[in-house]
Design a protein around this ligand. Structure first.
Ligand code: SF4
Length: 229
């Protein structure tokens, strides 16, 4: 995983937003490490080239997840970021059942991989907590059974014993992410709705050096905007 400064657009000012993005980056880093540790210990693996998680799914995200992806896009693909900020997603993309960043014809599938939201970092590899707090995990229906094992789901103490590690738990990581800016946690929106707004703010800040989008007047949606970088 890259360092935070490697995914941010040049010109984004230090301040509350940078601190919050640092918090998101930390949670994403932890999710990646826990996911890799679980995958390596358990042998759980997605089928080669499978992208089915994204084919009928559009993530809903916290404002900071949208800001993180917006920052990544503004650095990696400034023209694409500017177009999305100005025009948003087309009606066809907003109506489609699959994520607008999913590429059917590309083996890597996700076209925003390094900026993707939390849930996308855990597809297929996250566990859940039952009401009593015990962790549970089930193989995706597209995953092959693990060699020599008939079971496809595990819970409680069996989980760590049978699979060699406990998977990252979605609820724990989601809570940690929401705690970065707790007042924003009820504001989840579909990525297709949240990202254009986040891009407008990120490009505005990267271009004009304002301190925090929440403290600044919104730029006009269709006004000419500075290019990031
Ligand atoms: S952002 Fe990437 S990983 Fe997440 S749903 Fe879209 S294509 Fe899939």
């Amino acid at each position: 995983m890259k360092q935070l400064h490697e995914i941010l657009p040049p010109g984004l000012p230090f301040g509350d937003l940078m601190d919050a993005l640092s918090g998101v980056h930390r949670v994403y880093g932890r999710a990646g490490l826990e996911m890799a540790a679980f995958r390596d210990a358990s042998g759980v693996a997605c089928p080669e080239g499978c992208g089915s998680c994204c084919e009928t799914f559009v993530p809903d995200v916290l404002p900071l997840e949208a800001a993180y992806l917006a920052a990544w896009l503004a650095r990696e693909s400034p023209e694409r970021a500017r177009t999305l900020a100005l025009e948003g997603f087309s009606d066809a993309k907003r109506a489609a059942p699959h994520c607008p960043f999913y590429r059917f014809d590309d083996a890597a599938h996700c076209s925003v991989y390094e900026g993707r939201p939390l849930i996308c970092r855990l597809f297929g590899f996250s566990g859940v907590r039952s009401k009593d707090g015990a962790p549970g995990f089930a193989l995706c229906r597209r995953m092959d059974a693990l060699p020599g094992r008939a079971a496809r789901s595990w819970k409680g103490e069996d989980l760590g014993r049978e699979l060699g590690a406990v998977p990252p738990l979605m609820s724990d990581l989601a809570s940690e992410l929401a705690a970065v800016r707790p007042n924003e946690s009820p504001e989840r929106r579909l990525l297709t709705e949240a990202l254009p707004d986040a891009l407008r703010k990120i490009l505005f800040l990267a271009g004009f050096g304002a301190n925090d989008p929440g403290d600044e007047p919104e730029p006009e949606p269709l006004a000419p905007m500075p290019r990031a970088g």
